[in-house]
Design a protein around this ligand. Sequence first.
Ligand SMILES: [Zn+2]
Length: 278
Amino acid sequence: MQCSSRLPLAVPLGHDGAPGPPGGTGGCPLSQATFRFYSELNDFLPIELRGVEVRYTFAQRPTIKDAIEGLGIPHVEVEVILIHGRSVDFTAHLRDGDRVSVYPMFESLDVGEVLRLRPSPLRNPRFLADAHLRKLARLLRLLGFDTLYDNRSNDRRLVEIAEAESRIILTRDRQLLKHGGVSRGYWVRSVDSMLQAREILRRFDLRERVAPFRRCTTCNGVIRPVDKADVLERIPPKTAAWLDEYFACSSCGKLYWHGTHAERLKQRVAQILASEDG
Ligand SMILES: [Zn+2]
């Protein structure tokens, strides 16, 4: 069977100039379903398919996961799928005439009882930032969020770490999120790191959880108060003369205190949160 050689086709519903089902498929039965993607999921679609019903032509019976990824949307971006208004999971098979609604993570829904696709809610999210998101990782740590940064592991290893530690993979690489082993991931839209931090706060509804200066921006370790006497030899004498409160990273030992650098970081936190207000 060469049924799928020219499939799938996705076109806006009611688009007169759209190609119909391809001929010459050797009598292979073709089916059609209608998809509607909500909110940020449209970011992944070509412009002509955004915010409209999409007619999807297929042969055989793909799983809903394959169909959604075939349309360019990583499955990890999806929280809820409804077929004819009923919640289904990724393994459901598409049938001719199905009307499919696909919602992103944390989209507020008023559809009654729906099945969440993720194994458990991400109440205290932990992140894993890929090699290209070093600045974002530091900002998330500054805001108090547990964020690993890894620029040495290959994709497979990243996925293993994220799954083993229940971390959400943050990446600008959509292909990474299509990896079969990924159950939690987010494609970061913004390019600028400050905007990225703001985007993550908004997307994961984390504003109330911001707790600055709890994590080491260098290594992600937890910062704890330390006795001045224990670290005295590491404090510049001019600082030791006027300041008594010190903190250290429990992992790498880096020393922190309320100096001018901390003031700059405070301003940075304020900037991220202020931009959230707007
Ligand atoms: Zn550290």
